[in-house]
Design a binder for this molecule. Sequence first.
Ligand code: UP5
Ligand code: MG
Length: 189
Amino acid sequence: VDAPIKLNGLSLGGPGSGKGTQCANIVQHFSYTHLSAGDLLRAEIRSGSEVGSMIQSMISEGRIVPSEITVKLLCKAMEESGNDKFIIDGFPRNEENRIIFENVAKIKPAFVLFFDCPEEELERRIMNRNQGREDDNLETIKKRFKVFVESTLPIVSYYESKGKLRKINAAKPSQEVFEEVKYVFASET
Ligand code: UP5
Ligand code: MG
């Protein structure tokens, strides 16, 4: 088995839990590159590529895009970054994602941040965001949350069973959440 070459942390949590916000804070304080799987997929839609329209229809339904597409985008972004330390945001989202990530991209995370936040607060944050994301409407938010509970929470439990989970109370103000994040990073890096 290949030893992991790169130092990776994952950022997982429900839709609107603050993954992106906290990753932006992380890159200002630590020498990590932030890769958001969702941002990479949205960039692929904007590029007008062949797979873009398929990705778009899946995101607007809150469904998980096939692993090979997301893994390819992540690997390409890792290569292009020139860095060897990554915080990967919003991936893996299901068991298939995780297995392909570990077996094809040969990436095993060193630690997993889990941003824990109640559904009502997630809904409130997303409905206030107003950045024109196609999936930021009440109907799709419900679907995203359901997919999170059914497909992503089992992955969170998996990492917990491996002793890699760093659970963070994400229901607090952003700056307070970041204090917890910094505490985790101080012991991991
Ligand atoms: N905010 C943040 N922190 C706050 C705090 N502590 N207190 C109050 N407000 C706070 O934050 C959301 C909003 O809340 C912002 O307005 C922020 O200012 C505020 P953000 O940091 O954006 O949260 P985040 O967890 O990043 O929310 P996001 O909506 O990005 O999460 P999702 O997981 O839903 O979105 P993502 O982009 O990862 O995925 C979108 C879709 O892409 C998925 O549904 C899926 O269809 C597809 N996808 C895949 O198929 N595969 C993948 O691997 C990844 C995505
Ligand atoms: Mg995000």
